[in-house]
Design a protein around this ligand. Structure first.
Ligand code: ZN
Length: 403
């Protein structure tokens, strides 16, 4: 059972959480190298008895807290540190001072809440029955930061095995204030990017039969890809394919040499992720071949499916209810087709990601600007809940595993 004072302890450090979150928010950093953010975390936690590991591929940090006794379980808690390449339009007095860079996905709050959890757990180190690893990772926004940290052996290597469980939180401004949500199985999608180049032969627009026009072929491919989604994939294991960019030609009377089709494909199972890659090839090559043209297809792999372990979600629901009451946990009916690189951790370690509603109290949360909006804001008074939940998950897991 988590200590009943966890939430009180967390509320008592609200000032520290807000200060750290705002400092990170003001100076957002992109990608795998977030040295200022790393330094802020290290400074905020310098007084705690933590062992630090970092490098070499990223500025990611893993801080380890060793408790005493128990049967030596270990649990990982994760917060991401990077921002997005987009302008901020919140008008906040601690808004980003870096032009074109904004913490619009709440990773500033994730980092601060994880630092808060470290504070709460260090206070309880004497009664902790195992080891807690705090993973502060950069490069979540499409840069595979978690994968690099795994490959660097920061989460576990030869003489330092991977943890027995892993948990992470993600804030959502357009969800009820303080609500904690989760689901067993796929929570977020695998997301891969594709670019199809239709290779033709250009010429005068008045004599198309002497050219190999890539434009109608590209159009056929776009519609055929949508038919492929509904005809070749089961509705019970859904996929999303969106063509977001079509580009060809320069003017009205010239048939171009090439056409480009670019988009994203999302899936909720590894099998469908592979099938999408196969079928997009079949459709694009088949249609272009029928017209005597060729295609080149480039696929840029994004993150795998984020799959939450069933026992870990049941466990998280119990811990949430113990700390915040019966009403606090919401089972999500459906996954979200966004993607998340905590997926890499959950491929190797059983665990779960939970969502935390950070709309302002009393506000109509359906009207809040969501994540990745230039006006995205969150209610900082929910941050202690995030720290308390992360700490509670660690305390309970070290005590009795997922049971
Ligand atoms: Zn995010």
């Amino acid at each position: 059972m988590p200590s009943p004072t966890l939430i009180d302890d967390a509320k008592a450090i609200t000032g520290e959480l807000v200060t750290l979150r705002r400092a990170i928010h003001t100076e957002p950093e992109l990608g795998l190298h977030t040295p200022k953010t790393r330094d802020k975390v290290r400074m905020a936690l310098a007084h705690l008895p933590l062992e630090w590991r970092e490098g070499p591929s990223t500025t990611g940090l893993v801080a380890t807290l060793r408790g005493h006794g128990g049967d030596g379980r270990s649990v990982l808690l994760r917060g991401d540190m990077d921002a997005l390449p987009m302008p901020e339009e919140t008008g906040l007095d601690f808004a980003s001072v870096v032009p074109g860079v904004m913490h619009a996905c709440g990773h500033d709050a994730h980092t601060a809440m994880l630092a808060g959890a470290a504070e709460l757990l260090c206070k309880r180190a004497d009664s902790l029955k195992g080891e807690v690893r705090f993973m502060f990772q950069p490069g979540e926004e499409g840069h595979h930061g978690a994968r690099f940290m795994l490959e660097d052996g920061l989460l576990g290597d030869g003489d330092h095995p991977l943890p027995d469980a892993a948990f992470a939180l993600h804030v959502f401004p357009n969800a009820p204030h303080g609500m904690i949500g989760g689901r067993a199985g796929p929570l977020l999608a695998a997301a891969d990017q594709f670019c199809i180049t239709v290779n033709g032969k250009g010429g005068h627009a008045s004599i198309p039969h002497e050219t190999m026009d890539p434009v109608p072929v590209a159009c056929e491919i776009v519609t055929a890809l949508q038919a492929m989604v509904t005809r070749r994939f089961s509705v019970f294991d859904p996929v999303v394919l969106t063509v977001a960019r079509i580009e060809s030609g320069t003017t009205f009377n010239v048939i171009p040499d090439k056409a480009e089709i670019e988009g994203t494909m999302r899936s909720l199972s590894t099998a469908n992720r592979e099938r999408l890659k196969e079928h997009i090839q079949l459709v694009a090559a088949g249609i272009s071949g029928a017209h005597g043209l060729t295609v080149d297809i480039e696929i840029v792999e994004g993150f795998p499916v984020t799959v939450c372990n069933e026992r870990a979600v049941d466990f998280g629901e119990r811990v949430t209810r113990e700390i915040f009451g019966e009403e606090a946990f919401l089972r999500l009916d459906d996954p979200i087709m966004g993607a998340e690189d905590f997926a890499y951790v959950l491929e190797k370690v059983p665990g779960a990601m939970f969502f935390l509603g950070v709309s302002h109290e009393g506000e109509d949360w359906t009207q809040c600007c969501g994540i990745h909006s230039t006006k995205m804001m969150l209610d900082e008074s929910v941050m202690p809940n995030g720290s308390a939940l992360l700490a509670g998950l660690a305390v309970s897991f070290l005590e009795h595993g997922f049971d």
